[in-house]
Design a protein around this ligand. Structure first.
Ligand code: DDQ
Ligand code: CA
Length: 272
C-alpha cells in the first residue's frame, strides 16, 4: 500500500541521514574516531642558491625556466620581484608604496596575486610586474597566498586556512588547522604541493603539511638545520624561515627565509 511505502521511505531516509551525521561528526578533526597518521620529516639540501640578503621574503612562487617571483616586506622596502634562481639576481622589480608591507604572493592564470600586512589591500600584477588590479579579501589579515590553479589559499596569521574565490576574494571555505587536537596558529607563507597545502609556521623552523579538504595536519617538516647553519657561519642578521616554492615540472622544492643570503632546494624524507 502507498501509505506503508511512504512510512518505510521516511524511516529509511531519516536513519540514513542520522548515520551520515554521526559519521561526519566522528570523522571531523576535533572528535576524530579515525586519527590520521602524522608524518615527521627531515630535509636534505640538494642545491644551494644565492638569495638577496636584503629581501625580507614574504611570498615565494616558482614560475618556470629557473625563475621565481618573490614578494618582500618591511615599510619602504616592500616589492614584487622576478628572480633568477641560479644567480639570485633580481631581474625585474616593482617597488611598492612605503605605506605598504608586502606579504603572500601566488601566480594564477598568468597573474600575480599579492596580499599585504595589516591592511586589507590586495594587488594583482601581470608577469611584467605592472599593477593591473586591486582587491579586498575576506581574511583578518594578509599573510600567505597559494593556489591549486583554481582557487586561492590564504592565511592570516591565525590557525585558519582559507579558500578564496579568485574573482570575488570571498571565502569559499575556512578550515581551522588542527594537529591532533591542537590548533596550529601563525600560519604564514603557503605553497600548494601535490594536493596538500604547505605552510611556514611563523617564528618556527617548521613547515606544516595541511589537508586542504579539512584543515587536518598531515605532517611536519623540521628545517632547523638551515637557520642553525646560517647563524653558525656568521649570518647573524637573518630573520625567520619563510618562503616555499614548488616547481611542479621538475618536482623541486625551494625554501628560504627573511633576509637569508641563501635559497635552498630540498628533499624531504620521513624521520626513521
Ligand atoms: N608577518 O610576516 C609575520 C606577517 C609579519 C612580520 C612582521 C615583522 C615585523 C618587522 C618590523 C616591522 C616594523 C614596523
Ligand atoms: Ca609560496
Amino acid at each position: 500500500k502507498p501509505r506503508s511505502y511512504a512510512k518505510a521511505f521516511v524511516l529509511l531516509s531519516s536513519s540514513l541521514l542520522v548515520s551520515v551525521i554521526i559519521l561526519l561528526v566522528l570523522s571531523s578533526n576535533k572528535l576524530s574516531a579515525f586519527p590520521r597518521v602524522v608524518s615527521y620529516e627531515t630535509i636534505t639540501v640538494v642545491n644551494v642558491f644565492p638569495h638577496d640578503p636584503a629581501a625580507f621574503t614574504q611570498g615565494l612562487v616558482y614560475y618556470r625556466n629557473d625563475t621565481l617571483f618573490e614578494s618582500t616586506g618591511l615599510y619602504g622596502q616592500s616589492s614584487v620581484r622576478k628572480v633568477a634562481l641560479r644567480t639570485g639576481k633580481v631581474e625585474d622589480m616593482l617597488k611598492m608604496d612605503s605605506s605598504l608591507f608586502g606579504e603572500g604572493l601566488t601566480l594564477l592564470n598568468n597573474r600575480l596575486f599579492q596580499v599585504t600586512w595589516l591592511q586589507n589591500a590586495g594587488f594583482i600584477y601581470n608577469k611584467n610586474l605592472s599593477k593591473i588590479g586591486a582587491f579586498n579579501h575576506d581574511m583578518k589579515d594578509g599573510w600567505g597566498l597559494a593556489t591549486d590553479g583554481k582557487v586561492l589559499f590564504g592565511s592570516d596569521g591565525t590557525s585558519i586556512l582559507y579558500q578564496l574565490d579568485p574573482q570575488t576574494f570571498k571565502a569559499l571555505s575556512k578550515h581551522v588547522v588542527y594537529y591532533k587536537d591542537h590548533e596550529v596558529h601563525n600560519l604564514n607563507e603557503l605553497e600548494y604541493i601535490n594536493g596538500e597545502v604547505w605552510a611556514n609556521v611563523f617564528m618556527t623552523d617548521c613547515i606544516v603539511r595541511i589537508s586542504p579538504n579539512d584543515g587536518s595536519v598531515l605532517g611536519w617538516i623540521l628545517l632547523q638545520n638551515l637557520r642553525k647553519e646560517l647563524i653558525e657561519t656568521g649570518n647573524n642578521g637573518i630573520d625567520v624561515l619563510n618562503g616555499i616554492a614548488w616547481d611542479g615540472v621538475q618536482k623541486r622544492i625551494f625554501v628560504t627565509g627573511k633576509l637569508w643570503p641563501k635559497l635552498y632546494e630540498i628533499k624531504v624524507s620521513p624521520i626513521n
